[in-house]
Design a protein around this ligand. Structure first.
Ligand code: F6P
Length: 351
């Protein structure tokens, strides 16, 4: 039976979103013969009924493009008066049989509630550079982000070496240290700070100083959500529509502390949104495509209230509640392994 399927992308964009849009659209159209309706600006578009026509022609080559052709917002319909009713109304007006919400913890959280509270036929697709969604092995966007960050950390090595400086590199990731850990290991950092482990600044400075004495420079990678014992690094206590504080500023803070405590000239670099932009890696294009195709199959199977996830090589349907119930923080075995390569432990450094 023919169906009409709505699709939206919410929250922070990431490379691979367009691959999902194309994957879903192609399978829905070519295999199942359904119509797909793009909804612009995430939940904002669902509340206000803002649409965009997508078809086989205008999505044919988008797999290579970063960002999202549907655009995004951090709108939370549950924080807008009448917002949830408006989403239900939009579904009716557009005659949608199903809605695919591609997003992170927040977007999928709204999808999960809409299914539970209003029985909306919703399917989620997890995305985020932060890689912090439960229920899936990995999220697309993360691989591209880590590759960008690693390249940029490589660049920091050469300038740090020339000027004999300590360079602190702040990366994104919110309250999970996946990006910092992976980019830090791949970029051969002398110290990596992740939110999962509070850092004692004196101990950190001792390691950095040793690395500096040995190499005549040092590289520190810090997750934006890193925590320093006894020091408040909150940048802006104001919360967004999903209750998140705005992170950032740890790199600059750390640079000051390191310079003061080690006497080594120290600068900081915030990678910021360059980590989230640009073309998706091949891995993220493939993962996004497969999850888009899986979402179409899930609609056919009426697996409402679930999200398309990747477990090993299998695409599977997992309850949205599971994905948004708890944050998938860094597996600390990875962080422990990285410590063997922290400054003072490097082979050529005297113990
Ligand atoms: O969740 C993705 C993310 O890039 C986080 O790593 C970062 O803290 C946040 O979004 C930044 O949000 P915004 O783009 O709204 O500044």
């Amino acid at each position: 039976m023919s169906k009409r399927v709505g699709i939206l992308t919410g929250g922070g964009d990431c490379p691979g979103l367009n691959a999902v849009i194309r994957g879903l659209l192609y399978k829905a159209t070519k295999k199942y013969g359904w119509e797909v309706q793009g909804i612009k600006y995430g939940w904002k578009g669902a509340v206000q009924g803002i649409t965009m026509d997508i078809n086989l022609q205008n999505t044919e080559d988008i797999v290579r493009e970063g960002g999202t052709i549907l655009k995004s917002s951090r709108t939370n319909p549950y924080k807008i008066e009448g917002g949830v009713d408006a989403v239900v109304e939009t579904m009716k007006k557009l005659k949608l049989d199903a809605l695919v919400a591609i997003g992170g913890e927040d977007t999928c959280g709204v999808a999960s509630k809409l299914y539970r509270d209003r029985g909306i036929n919703v399917i989620g697709v997890p995305k985020t550079i932060d890689n912090d969604l439960s229920g899936t092995d990995v999220t697309f966007g993360f691989d591209t982000c880590v590759n960008i960050a690693t390249d940029l950390i490589d660049n920091l090595h050469t300038t740090a070496k020339s000027h004999e400086r300590v360079l602190v590199c702040e990366v994104m990731g919110r309250h999970a240290g996946w990006i910092a850990s992976y980019a830090g290991i791949a970029g051969n950092a002398d110290y990596i700070l992740v939110p999962e482990e509070e850092v004692n600044v004196d101990e950190m400075c001792a390691v950095v100083k040793k690395a500096y004495e040995c190499q005549e420079y040092a590289i520190v990678v810090a997750a934006e959500g890193a925590r320093l014992a006894g020091i408040d690094v909150t940048k802006n206590a104001e919360l967004d529509a999903f209750g998140h504080v705005q992170l950032g500023g740890i790199g600059e803070r750390l640079a000051k502390i390191i310079e003061e405590k080690t006497g080594c000239e120290t600068r900081s670099t915030v990678l910021g949104h360059v980590q989230r932009g640009g073309r998706p890696s091949a891995y993220d294009r493939v993962l996004g495509t497969r999850l888009g195709c899986k979402a179409a199959d899930m609609i056919e199977a009426k697996e409402w209230g679930k999200m398309a996830a990747i477990h090993g090589l299998e695409t599977v349907a997992v309850p949205l509640e599971l994905a948004v119930g708890s944050l998938k923080t860094l597996d600390m075995r990875i962080h422990e392994d990285s410590k063997h390569f922290f400054g003072a432990n490097k082979l050529h450094c005297p113990a």
